[in-house]
Each structure stands twice: as structure tokens, then as C-alpha cells.
Design a protein around this ligand. Sequence first.
Ligand SMILES: Cc1ncc(COP(=O)(O)O)c(C=O)c1O
Length: 419
Amino acid sequence: MADNPTWYDEGLGYIWLPYTQMKTATPPLPVKSTDGVRITLADGRELIDGISSWWAAAHGYNHPHILEAMKAQLETMPHVMFGGLVHEQALKLSARLADMLPGDLNRCFIAESGSVSVEVAMKMAAQYFMNRGEKRTKFVHFRGTYHGDTLGTMAVCDPEEGMHGLFKGMLAENLLTDLPRTPEDAERFAAFLKVNAPDVAAVITEPLVQGAGGMVFHTPETLQWIRQACNAAGVLMIVDEIFTGFYRTGTRFAIDQAGIVPDMVTLSKALSGGVAPLSVCVARDEVFDAFYDDDPMKALMHGPTYMAHALGCAAANASLDLFEQEDYAAKVALIENQLMAELAPCGFADNVKSVRVKGAIGVVQLKDASGIEALKPRFVEEGVWIRPFRNIVYLTPPLTIGKEDLSMLTAAICNVLGA
Ligand SMILES: Cc1ncc(COP(=O)(O)O)c(C=O)c1O
């Protein structure tokens, strides 16, 4: 394109894009800047963001409070190794998260990406049993779930999402089953877990919403049934709140709606307000206690170079300030009502199968997904950033979005789908 900046033309031939067939994909759009709920392209066009940069930018872009905290941290120390050293931002963040999370979820291992925090949770579960003299190497996971792109996390994704067929032989073989959605399912699941318990370190699930699996919802009872089955079978429970954490489903954490305390919780994305790569695996006291010993071999065997990144932790502390200072539950309740009202007309469009909303997640599911790629440029023409995938067109806007901007997003969906 004639209008592309020089850096785009000079660099594009050297980059490898995610989940992208580089030969056939439409070229990516060059971004100049972001602000609030807007992305400004190099040619000056502005797009209202309906995705929050993969569900992370909960406070919108360039929030002054987060930027100021990061600038202050940058002046003193962007990063320092976390082996044998600690720093204020990481300790502050850990204490705050322990205070926010229910029960005795008190020990924070701070990493960089969501996938790594899930790897850490899995490793913690396996080593928890090793330290108690048991070898348990399997995980129970559910159809429709997504937990990351690393080989360990792929092995607990839905086989389709994790492309198990393609990577057969490389991925650990775990135990795949359906989420319990009814009391009968719950009984079946409890029996299944009991039989397999001697091999199973943990059950892992996304709470209330299977995000990358197609924004499929389930009820808090499902989480309660899984917790009960884990208790009965003596298996740990990992809840992956990477997408759902920090009000996306209406409450601070999705587990708050179920009133359960998992053994480990993973957090990322909105944790840092979508500004810096940061994730945490938070474990209960009982899990930590299984590592607390005179034997050095019982220590947790993990430690990424950039763990507890000081700049990222400063961003996260500022993000938590915002979640504490403002009523995000009320913001999300307003978004939920508006999404329900304004996406409802889509239910009458020819190619629409269903419309569903939970918290600040609005989903329009299509009957025929064959034309889904062709919808993407049409949304850009409408002045919005919406990325349909699988068979859904969905919105996960910044939680700070105003009424008019949200209406622009819903109107674009209605227009493009012909509602
Ligand atoms: C539920 C869930 N778990 C894990 C991940 C992986 O996080 P990351 O992409 O930061 O590795 C994601 C990313 O979308 C996710 O939605």
C-alpha cells in the first residue's frame, strides 16, 4: 500500500505472525498509537477496540495512572533478577493478590505470560504429589478449553485447539472429558475422577467461560461440582482465570460467583491492565506447605529470567489501584445490559444461530461460519476492531468503554451481519 510507513515496508518481510498463514493472509494493519478505547492506524484511521488486545486492556489504552507508575519504576529499576533478590513492587503485588483472592490462596509465583503461569501451576501440582511420595503425571481437562500455546499447556487444551493430532507423540497424554453441566454429569465426573485419581495430579478448568474455545458459558454449579469431586478424590484443582479474572464476567474473579477456593489460580492479561507481560500462579497454603522442607530437592523447580518483572509489577499494582478505586462491577453490569439490549436484534439475522452475553462478553454465534474471514475487513470499514473466529463474532471491550462507543461496536455487528 502506498500509504504504509517506511518501517512497515522495510520490516514486514522479516516478521512471523501468530496463527497466520503468511502466504495467504491479508496483510496486518500498521498501528501508530492507542488511546482510551481507540487504536489509530498509520494512515490516521481510528478504530474503536472491541477486543481489548486479546482481552487484556481492561482500563483502555495508555491509562495515565498506569503510565505514571511505570515511568516512576523505570527511573529506579526496570528489572532485576528474582533469584536471591526481591523488590517492592513484586511483594506489594503478591500481598494484594492474596488479600483479593478467597480463602488461603496466599502464595504468588510471578511469571511473564499466561501460558507460563499455567505451566507453573501444572508443575506445582505434579511436584506437590512427588514431595509427598506419590508419582502422579496426568491432568484432567475439559473439551472446549484453552490454556496456552506451550507444549505443556497444549496438552490440556481441547485436542482441536491444541492440534493434538498434528503434535501427536510430543504432547503429554492427559485425560479429556466433558464439563459437568447437570447433576447427572456431576456424578459421572466424580466417579471418573475417583477411578483415575491415583494417576491424576490436578483437574484444570477455565471458570464460567471457555474463551478461545468459542466463548461458551457454564454456570457456577459446574465449578462447585468440580471442586467437590476433587475434594472427594484427593486431586488438586487449578482454575485458569487468565481471561475471566478482574471483572470480565461481572465479579472480580469468576470463582467468586461459585464461592469456591481452587488449589491454584492463574492470572494474567488484565492483571497489568494489558500493558506489560505479567502473570501469576497463586497457590493455597496447603500446596506451599508440601514444598516447605529442609530438603532442597523439594523446592519448586521453576524460575524464568524475567519473572516478577519490576516494570510489569508496577503496572499491575497501578492496575489493581484502578480496580480498587472504581466500581468495575457496576461498569460491567452496565456493559452487560447494553450488550444484551443492542445485540438482541442480531438474533433475527439469517445466519445467526444464537446471541449470548455474560458480563462484558457479548457473543453472536453464526449458523454458517464459512464466510467468517471475509467479515474482518468489513468491521474495519465500519471503524471498529472486531475479530471474529471459529463461528462467532464477539465483543470483549475495555471495561471503561462509554455508552456511545459501545453502541458503535454493537451497531457495526448488526450492520455487518445484516440485522
Ligand atoms: C484462559 C487462558 N489461559 C491461558 C492463556 C495463555 O496466555 P498467554 O497468551 O499470555 O500465554 C490464554 C490466552 O488467551 C487464556 O485465554
